[in-house]
Design a protein around this ligand. Structure first.
Ligand code: SF4
Length: 379
């Protein structure tokens, strides 16, 4: 069977720039959605040959705010991808949607175009937390969007953020409960990250944090909020299957699982990343983040690449280890070197990991400490 790959398409436009966000976004109105579509199609023709011989199994339209894109342009993009890659009928096709730009008509149009999964950027259902995050929608709009998506498509993921200003164990627990009540079959729960080391200077909340003007819950409080979300979701039947992701059985994200099992993915669009893995070596590329520069390059027939890296064998093994440890499948014990196997013994002894079906799998406590554990195991 051919190896699988996923397709990520970045739509970089947002109605406004949330003050904690470091993604490649533009608040310009999409100059013409058609122009962006033409650029994506041009990039597709340039990049697709590198994936020939692999089987496309998922499409993820992320952003930015792809729910701002005209549904007929989403449909045209999916048709172009289908034509180039012969997507199988059960391919997972996800679109990210913001509550304020999601309605029944769009949901129906997306479904007709082949979208079968919606990821709603709710972040919280607490009006105070949403205000501190600078989100434009209120709790009711988020709930309405999730209910509508659940009714129209039946497969809805909800993004939640914890560890934000005004958040508490109680708001986190209520957020998880309300997401499930509204119809979420999958939840991604992330700690608010404002790390000055990795965030751009101009991200407003990161700047306030750097200047000591943004009090946030302590790491211990944030960990307690995460535990409250986990407990609430477990009660509701959603299982943690990755560090930050929970799903009802069978509703895990196929697309994200491709990332975690270190498969190839094609990235298209401004600021998108792609990774092509092969026997003869692997490489990763990142596209121009600026939407205008991306459009200019792609529409004049040039690859809109901003950076490109070959991935050497040691880096490849380390990546597989880091990614595999994020999941309930873990990493094959046979892939560990003697010194890594000794470290693994210590993890098992401390109940941070178990051996299961020939793999080293982190326990729930181990998943909470994933980064430091993975760093100790790296070659
Ligand atoms: S809507 Fe999402 S991508 Fe756009 S600025 Fe806000 S957080 Fe970033």
């Amino acid at each position: 069977m051919a190896r699988r790959f996923g397709i990520y398409v970045h739509f970089p436009y947002c109605a406004h720039h949330c003050p904690y966000c470091d993604f490649a976004v533009s608040t310009e109105r999409p100059p013409e959605g058609r122009r962006y579509l033409a650029a994506l199609t041009a990039e597709l023709l340039l990049r697709a040959p590198a994936l020939d011989g692999l089987a496309a199994v998922s499409v993820y339209l992320g952003g930015g705010t792809p729910s701002l894109w005209e549904p007929d342009e989403v449909a045209a993009l999916l048709a172009a991808l289908r034509e180039r890659f012969a997507l199988p009928a059960p391919a997972e096709v996800t679109i990210e949607a913001n509550p304020e730009s999601t309605d029944r008509a769009k949901l129906r149009a997306w479904r007709a175009a082949g979208v079968n999964r919606v990821s709603v950027g709710a972040q919280s259902f607490d009006a105070g937390v949403l205000a501190k995050l600078g989100r434009r929608h209120g709790p009711d709009a988020a709930e309405r969007a999730i209910r509508a998506a659940a009714e129209e498509l039946g497969n809805v993921s909800v993004d939640l953020i914890y560890g934000a200003r005004r958040s508490s164990v109680e708001t986190a627990r209520r957020d998880a409960a309300r997401a499930v009540e509204a119809g979420a079959t999958h939840v991604s729960a992330y700690a608010l990250t404002l790390d000055p080391e990795i965030m751009a200077e101009e991200v407003p909340l990161a700047r306030l944090r750097r200047e000591g003007r943004l009090p946030l819950p302590s790491d211990e409080d944030a960990a307690a909020q995460s535990a409250a979300i986990r407990a609430e979701l477990r009660r509701a039947g959603l299982r943690r299957y990755e560090v930050s992701n929970y799903a009802r059985p069978g509703r895990e994200s196929l697309h994200n699982r491709l990332y975690w099992s270190a498969e190839s993915y094609l990235g298209l669009g401004a600021g998108a990343y792609g990774c092509v893995r092969g026997e003869g070596g692997s490489y990763r590329y990142g596209n121009l983040r600026d939407a205008g520069a991306y459009l200019d390059a792609a529409l004049s027939g040039r690859a809109p690449t901003a950076e490109e890296d070959r991935i050497g064998p040691v880096a490849e093994r380390n990546e597989r280890l880091m990614l595999g440890l994020r999941t309930r499948e873990g990493v094959p014990l046979a892939s560990l070197s003697p010194s890594q196997a000794r470290e693994a013994e210590g993890l098992v002894a401390h109940r941070l990991a178990v051996r299961r079906a020939g793999a080293l799998v982190l326990t729930s406590r181990g998943l909470d400490l994933h980064t430091s554990i993975a760093e100790r195991l790296l070659e």
